[in-house]
Structures are given as C-alpha cells and as structure tokens.
Design a protein around this ligand. Structure first.
Ligand code: SF4
Length: 631
C-alpha cells in the first residue's frame, strides 16, 4: 500500500449480509495523510444509530471547545445511518456534520440521492475527516480501499463538471460524488456539500468547512450488500409502505414540494419580500400547475425510493437551464423567488441551477439576498457598483455570482445576513430573519408559532426539518398526528400560539425527527413509531420499543444542547430576530406574531419540561437518564 492508501478488511457478518452496519468508521487526517478505522461495538450503534447522533458523538469527543470552524481542528463528518442502504424505502439519505462557520454552533444537514447508500456498500458507516491537506485533494473509496488523490485539476470546477471528470478518470459512470463547488472553495459561509450534483447537505456552511480542508470531493463506489439481522421483521414495514405510498405520498409523486408553494403563500406561511408584504404579484406563475408544463421534463429519485418526488428541469430560452442540476424545491422557490419578490419561474429555476453548480444553500442564499434587497430599498447601503433590487430577476442572478466570487457586495453577502447587518450598521438588524445566525426557512414564524420556537431552540440555527410544523399538525390525517397519538396525545393541535399541549407535541416530534436524522430517513415518508420499531429491530437484531426510539431522539437533542453550552451559547441565544415580530397590515397573518415575552415564556416551559435548568442547561438527572454522563 502507498502512504496515501488504506485497505480495510470487512467483518464476516457484513459480508454475509447479516448486518445493516459495516462496523467500520473511516478516519482520515488530511494533514498527515494518515488513515485508520474505528470499530465501535453494537451498543454504539444502538445508542447513536448513525447520522446526527454519530456526528455529535465525534464532535463532543474529539473537538476542543471554541475551535475555529475553518481551522484544521474542525471535523467534517459524513454519516449515513443504520437504515441507509437497506431495502426500506426512504432510506437513501445520509447526514453531514461539523462545527458551523456560519453560526459557531452545530452544522448537521442531510442529503438524499445515492451517495450515502453507496458509502455503506463501499464498506463504511461514516467518514470522519480532520486536518487540512497542503493542496487540493479528493478521497476515492471503493469496496474497502481508500485513496487520497490529487484534485488540483478539479479546483474551481462547477459540481457538474467536477463529477464528470472524476467519473471519467476513474472510468465508472456509477461513481457517486460528494463535493464542494466554487462557493465552498471561496469560503462562503453558507456553502453546501453537494451530492450527485443536485442533492445538498445545504445548511450551516458545511461546504466552507470542506473547502478549508482543501478537500474537493469524496467519490464512492461499492458492491457489498447492506444486510439485515432479521429480514422478515424489516419486511413488515417495507410491505406496509410499498402498499400505501401511492395513497399516502401522492402529493410527492405529483407536484412534489413545489406543489405547496402557492397554498403556503396564500395562507401567509412563506415570507414575502423579506417578510414585508402579504402577497406576491404573479404568484400564480410559481404555482406548480403552471410552471411544470414550462420547465419540468422528468422526475428523479433517491436510492430505493419509488415516490420519485425530485424534478428534472430544463429550459432553452433566453436563460438556459442545465438539466443536470435538478429543479427547485419548495424552500428554493420560497427563498430565491417569493422572498426576493420574484415570480418568474425561469429565473427561480436558473438561480437554483447556479446554487447547485456552485454549491450554495438556497435557503440562506435567498435569505441573505432578500435582506440585502431590503437594505437597498431602505437606502442603507451605498458605494457599490451593483445593488440588488426586489423583484428584479437579473439582480438575483448577479447577486449569486457575486456571492460565489466574493466580489463587490458579494463579499458582504457571502458572510450571511447577520454578519452583513453588522457591516451595514444603521439599525439594519431590524430587517433580519435569523435564529442563531442562520436564515429562516420559509415557514413564517408569525403564522407557525411553534416552528418559530423551534428556530430559536435549534442547535443548528433556524431549521424547519427537526421541528414541529404547526399547520401540518392541525390536520387529523397528518402523519405527525398519528405519531402523537401513539405517544398518548390527543390530536390535532390548534394553529395559533404555543400551548402546553403544543410544547409536549414539539418535544415528541423533535425527538422523532432527530431520530430520523440519525437513522437517516426521508421525512416525507409517513412512518410512525411502530414502523420504525420493526425496521430498526430488523436491521439491528434488537428489541427497541417506541419509548427507546423517543429516548434516542431526546439523547441527541440533549447532546446538541450540551454542545451549544460548551461552545458558549446561553439561553439568551434562544431567540428570533426582528422580522419574526414584524406585524403586517393586511393579508392572512395581518396583526399576527408572537411577542418576545410570549416566546420567552414558552421557552421557559420547554426548558422545564426537558429537565433543563431555568437557563436552559440539561440537569444532572437528565444527563444521567439519557446516558450522557461521559460528556
Ligand atoms: S420522497 Fe423524494 S426526497 Fe424522499 S427519498 Fe423519495 S425521492 Fe428522495
């Protein structure tokens, strides 16, 4: 073996197809080119499952407090979950994590596609990367063989071109590539790690962490079979979802997440023109029923998913849209369209393409540009050749280019809206829509009050995925209501406010979502606790029940909280910025929002319910109950 290579022998149980985990966690030190493997016991997988659980375990164990996120000391962790790559539909996902350069808190973001399952098939449950290479490199992982390869020729390439070059030079078009684009190379603080070109682990600046390590890509190819301890048990859940997905997930197969843009806009859920307006002129053009015939040429999917909710988009007019980069999802249309006052679907799809090609998080990109547009509208910025304007599509596209290049106003925008407000001054923080320094997704906390509390509490900064979506929970047929009933709660929930009832529902649902992000499973699948019991026990050969699944989620939330405490965050950082309280004069949410006092009261009730102190720190009894004493 060369110094830059490692060959790992697989466990017999994994080779015989009797294990859903490989038992091998790949470690790479890019400073020294040392590579080795951690072999964790079965109890590790049962306790942490994988994904976010594994990411937090390694961040807490192996990083010192308050490190610079862009230093070689940070870890970059790619972590599929126990169920990734198994026969269960909806498991074609994995998590990526690090300390976030955007927030200084946790970065933990999930991506679909095929990469995570391919890594498991190549023999690894996770890749934990530390250090910094002297020159650009990429990792090549195939069936237990790992190699650090030169990536000088890939640096500066867009994601589509980089993937094609790697697949060509390794002579295999089925190689799956995780990578950064030019935005990550240039340290944009909300740059993404892209997979299969168009699937982003988008949030919190993971691309900048990867770029800081001079790591351009991780290419994987595997031929091992991800097995199961008890295939019959797993098939209970597999058969159920196979029989029911057409009825229960028809929304995803038909218009996917873009189908909810117009309905959400109409009830005041999206945030319009940086949360300043109650309606977007031309919103009908962004309705899926009108833009699908114009742009959508096909559908795409993730590993072992029959739903096929992903879009293939192409356009050959004045703007040309490259079909390699997929189509805009709900969040991308919300951020790059509605929030910036843009209703032209071609412009939104082009902006989405630019974000995927350059490796940018569409939520923070849209949020930051909309903030800049609001600053321009209020005459708070001057002295730049170019200033972006609400409703101007070319402004949006030019802003994205400037952000990627860190040029002109793009140098300010590349740092995210909170840091930009600090540079602009002039009370521009009054136009911010952030929590813990990360831009809001497009679920307006003035309508969805519990989601707002979740933004304030999230260890990653504002996030809608590990959260309780108020409007979903008001409908008795929603999967969230079915899960809450399993936990003994009456459903559905009321829409407005944050009652004790909603706080309890938030506790259960965020525990379940954190479990899903560890397993790692697509949130669109309507799985309930009993489905997950059968799937996990089938995969691991265990006897977990719903209470243990809930406890796994609680453990991960509490470890994330301990991470925040360690990094210097206090209860005062559990907060929402000004736009969460900005009341509109008209429209469906006219005059509506929580007050800061109401949010604080809800947070104090939540701390108490979680077994945390009045300052939001997990109590010793909570730490013991959740087996977190070692941290
Ligand atoms: S439903 Fe959509 S996002 Fe989820 S696994 Fe299937 S294709 Fe991927």
């Amino acid at each position: 073996m060369e110094k830059n290579q490692l060959l790992v022998t697989m466990r017999p149980e994994f080779l015989r197809g009797e294990s859903a985990y490989t038992g091998k966690i790949l470690r790479v030190n890019l400073s020294t080119e040392n590579m080795w493997v951690d072999e964790q016991p079965d109890s590790f997988y049962r306790k942490w499952i994988g994904g976010r659980g594994l990411i937090l375990y390694y961040l807490m164990k192996e990083t010192l407090p308050k490190i610079d996120p862009l230093s070689p000391d940070n870890l970059l962790i790619f972590a599929p979950g126990l169920l990734t790559g198994t026969i269960l539909p909806g498991t074609g996902r994995h998590a990526v994590g690090a300390k976030s350069p955007l927030t200084g808190a946790l970065a933990s973001s999930e991506a679909g596609g095929w990469w995570g399952a391919e890594l498991k098939r190549a023999g690894f449950d996770a890749v934990v990367i530390q250090g910094k290479s002297e020159k650009p490199v990429y990792l090549w992982i195939k069936d237990g063989l790992v190699e650090i390869r030169d990536a000088s020729h890939l640096w500066g390439k867009t994601t589509g071109d980089c993937q094609e070059i790697i697949q060509t030079e390794l002579e295999d078009k089925k190689i799956r590539v995780a990578q950064i684009g030019p935005a990550g190379e240039n340290g944009v603080l909300y740059s993404a790690v892209m997979h299969d070109v168009n699937r982003a682990a988008g949030r919190s600046g993971l691309g900048a962490v990867m770029g800081s390590k001079n790591l351009k890509a991780v290419a994987v190819r595997g031929s091992f079979n991800v097995g199961l301890a008890d295939k019959q048990l797993m098939q209970v859940t597999t058969k159920w979802i196979t029989s029911n997905y057409k009825d229960m997930m028809g929304w995803a197969s038909s218009y996917g997440t873009p189908g909810s843009v117009k309905p959400n806009h109409d009830v005041g859920a999206t945030g319009i023109r940086n949360y300043q307006d109650s309606a977007l002129v031309g919103i009908d053009q962004l309705d899926a029923t009108s833009f699908f015939p114009l742009l959508v040429t096909g559908r795409d999917t993730c590993n072992r998913c029959p739903v096929r909710c992903k879009l293939i988009v192409s356009y050959d007019g004045e703007e040309k849209i490259d079909p390699r980069y997929g189509g805009p999802e709900y969040e991308s249309i919300g951020g790059l369209g509605v929030l910036c006052g843009i209703s032209d679907p071609v412009i939104v799809a082009k902006a989405n393409e630019l974000c995927a090609a350059n490796g940018l998080d569409t939520i923070s990109t849209g949020g930051t540009i909309a903030f800049a547009m609001d600053c321009v509208k209020n005459n708070l910025i001057s002295g730049f050749d170019f200033l972006p304007v609400f409703g101007d599509g070319q402004s949006l596209l030019k802003s994205i280019h400037l952000i990627v290049e860190r040029s002109g106003l793009g140098e300010w925008m590349a740092e995210g809206s909170l840091r930009m407000a600090q540079r602009v001054g002039k009370q521009s923080e009054n136009y911010l829509a952030v929590a813990r320094g990360q831009e809001f997704p497009f679920h307006d906390p003035r309508l969805k009050n519990t989601i707002g509390m979740g933004y304030a509490l999230s260890a990653t900064g504002a996030d809608h995925m590990h959260n309780l979506n108020d409007t979903f929970a008001t409908w008795d047929g929603a999967d969230v209501c079915a899960r809450l009933r399993e936990m003994g709660m009456q459903t559905p929930l009321e829409l407005w406010g944050i009652s004790d009832h909603k706080i309890l529902a938030y506790q259960y649902e965020t525990a379940f979502k954190n479990f899903l992000d560890s397993a790692v499973i697509c949130h669109f699948y309507p799985y309930e606790y009993h489905h997950m019991e059968d799937a996990l026990n089938g995969a691991g050969g265990w006897n977990l029940d719903k209470d243990e699944i809930n406890r796994i989620g609680e453990r991960i939330i509490n470890l994330a909280r301990l991470y925040l405490v360690r990094e210097g965050f206090t209860e005062l950082d559990d907060a929402l910025s000004s736009m969460a309280y900005h009341r509109l004069d008209s429209g469906p949410i006219a005059g509506k929002s929580l007050t800061p006092l109401e949010l604080r009261e809800a947070l104090e009730k939540y701390y108490s319910a979680m077994g945390w102190s009045s300052t939001g720190v997990p109590e010793d009894t909570t730490i013991e109950r959740l087996q977190l004493v070692e941290f």
